[in-house]
Ligand binder design. Structure first.
Ligand code: CTP
Length: 404
């Protein structure tokens, strides 16, 4: 397999060296292409040494250095010879060029000539990332079928904190690896996934809910669909777009989620309940807005139906995966939920740590199996964690088929 690694000008350019090294270790031949901006941060020699190939640094070879390999049709040859184009780090500028078809240097020209799969790992300042222009360009690239390896949250080189930090090299390589060797190990499975919070109304204008963003469940749905499964995603209120190739049903309350899950349960072979379902709801819902008074207000709340526990009762030979969102006694609680809700696996999620769990792009979980085994997964993007969860699910499925 051959990959073009496009490196553009950002402080994270040095991390592309780790990406190149890791791809080479996996037996992937890497052709590095550096923009002029990238060369301000890292010398081409670094990539030449790592990849064992000359680095392409410009369109017409005007650099004239030994490290430069260029001719007027070089971009066509490179486009034809490679299986995948990866850009890491990708600046806001290169996203804009790709989105609008500008071709004023080797990388942007190669992009237009390239017909294979494209993966893009952006890195930039948080405000630049959030800018509507950048988001609109990302949208165009996603719609074109390119895979965007979302940046992580954290302290950026510019001193601010927020989304924009290049995804970890390991996560980028995992995405590329999957694109080069698409796994179809979930073909034939019908997977029901729940995501997000639920909202329980208190009156016509207020509700109780929780901090779940739905990102973990949406990543699970995306990963399962990419691996060939039919996926039904039942989601509470979240601000996320439907994943490609997934049938999405949006609900609001725990009761609505319960009804949707029970309706889809019969045809499902695997159920993954990542939703953070509200545990209580207000049964005596007032028709009018509750008015403020000077006295204390107490509300009587009733327990919501436990969807996972009911799925556990009706499970048959389906594979049932629950989540345990905890702030303490993580494994103990996960094991308790596994037994009380009749799960085959529980994804134990510590939600009290900054940077992982609720509202973030990254997660760090432990997979607890019925055998008692606990498999810790290192902190990574939710998309990467989703794939590792399905790696384990695929193994459990194989074992279940073998014992039948
Ligand atoms: N769950 C569910 N229905 C509920 C509550 C939870 O299906 N009414 C599911 C969640 O989707 C998750 C698992 O149960 O897969 C565990 O949820 P969690 O909130 O961690 O636990 P609870 O059962 O609510 O227990 P506790 O509040 O004691 O932690």
């Amino acid at each position: 397999m051959r990959v073009v690694l496009g490196i553009t000008g950002g402080i994270a350019a040095y991390k592309a060296a780790e990406v190149a090294r890791s791809l080479m270790e996996r037996g992937v031949a890497v052709q590095a292409v550096m923009t002029a901006g990238a060369q301000e941060f890292v010398r081409p020699l670094t990539f030449a040494a790592l990849t064992g190939r000359k680095v392409i640094t410009d369109m017409f070879g005007s650099g004239g250095a030994d490290e430069t390999l260029a001719s007027s049709v070089e971009h066509i040859r490179v486009a034809q010879e490679n299986d995948l184009l990866l850009v890491a780090p990708a600046t806001a500028d290169v996203l804009a060029k790709f989105a609008h078809g500008l071709a004023d240097d080797f990388l942007s020209t190669l992009y237009l000539a390239f017909t294979g799969p494209v993966a893009i790992a952006p890195a930039m300042n948080t405000n630049m990332w959030r800018h509507p222009a950048t988001q609109a360009n990302l949208e165009i690239l996603r719609k074109r079928g390119h895979v965007i390896v979302d940046p992580g949250d954290g302290l950026l080189a510019c001193g601010t904190s927020g989304p924009g930090r290049l995804a970890e090299p390991e996560a980028i390589v995992a995405v590329v690896d999957q694109m080069l060797h698409p796994r179809r190990d979930l073909e034939g499975e019908t997977i029901l996934i729940t995501a997000g919070p639920t909202q329980e109304p208190l009156d016509p204008v207020r509700y109780v809910s929780n901090r779940s963003s739905g990102k973990m469940g949406f990543s699970l749905a995306e990963a399962a669909a990419a691996r060939g499964a039919q996926v039904v995603l039942v989601s509470g209120p979240v601000h996320l777009e439907d994943p490609v190739g997934v049938s999405v049903e949006r609900v609001r309350t725990a009761r609505e989620m319960y009804d949707a899950v029970m309706a889809h349960l019969p045809e499902s072979t695997i159920i993954v309940k990542s939703a953070a379902v509200a545990d209580y709801y207000r049964a005596d819902l007032p028709k009018q807005k509750v008015k403020k008074t000077a006295t204390l207000l107490s509300l009587e709340l009733q327990p919501t139906p436990d969807i996972l526990a009911e799925a556990g009762r009706r499970k048959g030979d389906r594979l049932l995966v629950g989540f345990a969102a905890e702030t303490e006694n993580l494994l103990e609680e996960a094991r308790r939920k596994m037994t009380t809700k009749n799960c085959d696996m529980v994804v134990a999620n510590l939600v009290s740590q900054a940077g992982i769990g609720f509202e973030t792009d990254e997660n760090e979980v432990t997979l607890v199996l019925r055998s008692g085994e606990a498999i810790p997964l290192k902190r990574a993007s939710k998309r990467h964690i989703a794939d590792q969860i399905f790696d384990q699910i695929a193994k459990l499925r194989l074992a279940a088929h073998a014992s039948r």
